[in-house]
Design a protein around this ligand. Structure first.
Ligand code: NDP
Length: 322
């Protein structure tokens, strides 16, 4: 059986995301087939589409989606047909149906809408591992982060506040600044004001940690913002990848640490995946975590969704709806 899906046939700009025909996949042993309710659009798919990360063509992006299970592969025990589920670790989710390993899927609580469930797994579990595992945030820490109105940014700020940190973040427009502030950020400033704000808030000492998903344009500012023995968590490159780096700069900056994590390594065991997934879905169900869906595009308009994300026109989560 065929379905409509987005296909990329070569490294390209956003226009290379074209609606085509692809087979509905069959779940292999240990997998489930999901009828997709909504698919999360993530920055990594722009890197895959443009060739920064290598993929096999024709390529259908999409690792994050929610929906209802319609078929079980052999040996799947924890799920049944009809279950409402979501994942951050599927493949080919820019489509109507996709398969995913059952070990990478979580049940969506009844209180959580399936569109909200599509908005949370990837960026929510990312925010979760950033504050709990990449650098363990402690009450009273002063933390610098960027793009406070972005998908990760809005969730990260809320989790940092739950941990009792003081949050300095950036946003490029007044509307974005208002959203970041509403998420709980203590200081929301222009990118050009970061150094002065860190200086003022920490009385010259520097922040305990920086979460930097912007990369090329902010890396130097991030390093300079750290206090002695501070930690820079470089988790993305929305402005481009950071060029080669001389490790002696860590010594000169005060025995600094830099780490470059990715989500896969923090949900590689079922225990860790379910811990993080359960926390974020539970907080969404209880209202402790506010999930903003900033834009929704029909599947056929995936190219518009990528163009919006890359041109800084989005806030919160961007979804595709088949
Ligand atoms: P966002 O919704 O945060 O969108 C990116 C934002 O970055 C923009 O809205 C913009 O906010 C800001 N930005 C600053 N400079 C640029 C630029 N030159 N081009 C584009 N945007 C810029 O995206 P996500 O929340 O999806 O992702 C944020 C980052 O997190 C990405 O780098 C992504 O790769 C990374 N990530 C990493 C993961 C990991 O495990 N390592 C997992 C998930 C995401 P403003 O206009 O306010 O400046």
């Amino acid at each position: 059986m065929q379905q409509q899906a987005i296909l990329v046939t070569e490294p390209s700009d956003a226009k290379g995301l074209v609606l085509g025909q692809a087979p509905i996949p069959s779940p292999a042993a240990g997998q489930v087939l999901v009828k997709i309710a909504a698919t999360g659009v993530n920055f990594i798919e722009t890197y895959q589409r443009s060739g920064v990360y290598q993929v096999k063509y024709p390529f259908t992006p999409g690792s994050e989606f929610s929906g209802v299970i319609t078929e079980l592969g052999d040996g799947v025990q924890n799920f049944k047909v009809g279950d409402r589920v979501a994942t951050a670790s599927g493949t080919a989710g820019y489509a109507h149906y996709a398969v995913v390993d059952a070990s990478k899927v979580g049940h969506v609580p009844d209180a959580v809408d399936l569109h909200v469930a599509a908005a949370l797994p990837l960026q929510g579990m990312t925010a979760h591992y950033l504050v709990h595992s990449s650098y363990m945030v402690r009450e009273g820490d002063v933390i610098l982060t960027y793009a406070g109105a972005g998908g990760v940014g809005l969730l990260l700020t809320q989790l940092l506040k739950l941990k009792g940190a003081t949050v300095i973040t950036t946003a490029s427009t007044q509307e974005k600044k208002d959203l970041a502030k509403a998420a709980g950020a203590d200081y929301v400033v222009d990118y050009s004001q970061v150094a002065a704000t860190v200086e003022k808030v920490t009385q010259g000492e520097g922040v305990h940690a920086v979460y930097d998903g912007i990369g090329k344009d902010t890396f130097d500012t991030s390093l300079a913002a750290l206090r002695r023995r501070g930690t820079l968590v470089l988790f993305g490159g929305a402005s481009g990848q950071v060029p080669d780096f001389n490790l002696q700069r860590l010594n000169a900056g005060g025995s600094l640490s830099v780490t470059r994590p990715k989500l896969d390594d923090f949900i590689s065991t079922e225990y860790e995946m379910h811990w993080r997934f359960g926390d974020i879905m539970g907080w969404a169900a209880s209202g402790d975590l506010d999930v903003r869906i900033g834009a929704q595009f029909p599947l056929a308009q995936a190219s518009e969704a990528h163009a919006a994300l890359e041109s800084r026109a989005t806030t919160g989560k961007v979804l595709l709806v088949p």
